[in-house]
Design a protein around this ligand. Sequence first.
Ligand code: CP
Length: 307
Amino acid sequence: MAKLQHVIEAQQFTLPLIHELFQTADQMEKILERGGTLDYQNKIMASLFYAPSTRTRFSFESAMYRLGGKVISTEQAHLFSSVIGGETLEDTIRVVSNFCDVIVLRHTEVGAAKRASLVSSVPVINAGDGKGGQHPTQALLDLYTIYKELGYIDGLKIAFVGDLEQGRTVRSLAYLLGKFERVMLYFIAPDFLQIREDIQNYLTRHNVWFTLENDLSKVISEVDVIYITRIEKERFADKADIYDETVKKYFIDKDVISKMKQKSIIMHPLPRLNEIATDVDLDPRAAYFKQARNGLLIRMALLTMVL
Ligand code: CP
């Protein structure tokens, strides 16, 4: 099995590594069916979360328990750790890495996971860093979901919708998709929420086709995946009047999905706010709760690759 030192950004994953990760995740499904394993009973995972999380923290912690390991955790590290007394992230990581075999870190600052990895004596896994940073394990579970639901990634047509400027899941997934053949990425957002130039430049350098749009209806019947993300009101601070209009414009309901291909999927990293009507949940193309389930498998697989 390939050994990973740290999981910091999506770009670090090569195609062979992605395929191996998917195969390992498939094996984890079988391990789960047997109720888990005790293979990692001598290992300890520290989950250090400086920002709120439901899916990422619970799935990592569940993954570690299913592997037989143990978990030490702080879910509000900014309130319940020595950070409150002014301790730096670096010092916290130097100390915590004495007490565990892997650190899963969510932080409010872009680049925090990289900084942590430079001083940690154990592997660091980035569970989301800042707004506009990365969320590589989410992107890997997203990719795994696409692979399982559609059966292919090469040639995929995907529309990203929502806050693409700060959306770290979209940023990480764009990096991963850029490694595949003939993919077509449609970034659908108002100008001020559009995908940043760093991602555009990366895709251009890697000869990946993409386009910037603001109207989902123009592409909805062509794409295999709609990947929609939260649009937060705070992002419209000086444009409050157009928040409601924007949410309405990109809202996914039964009428919208009736224009999608029969073999296509709707994805969302969750939590959702006002992006998808709840009656869409019953449509077989709704994949967002499957993403959450696949997160457990991918995170079990990632833990086995770093431990
Ligand atoms: N998708 C995701 O990262 O969810 P949480 O913020 O609940 O971890």
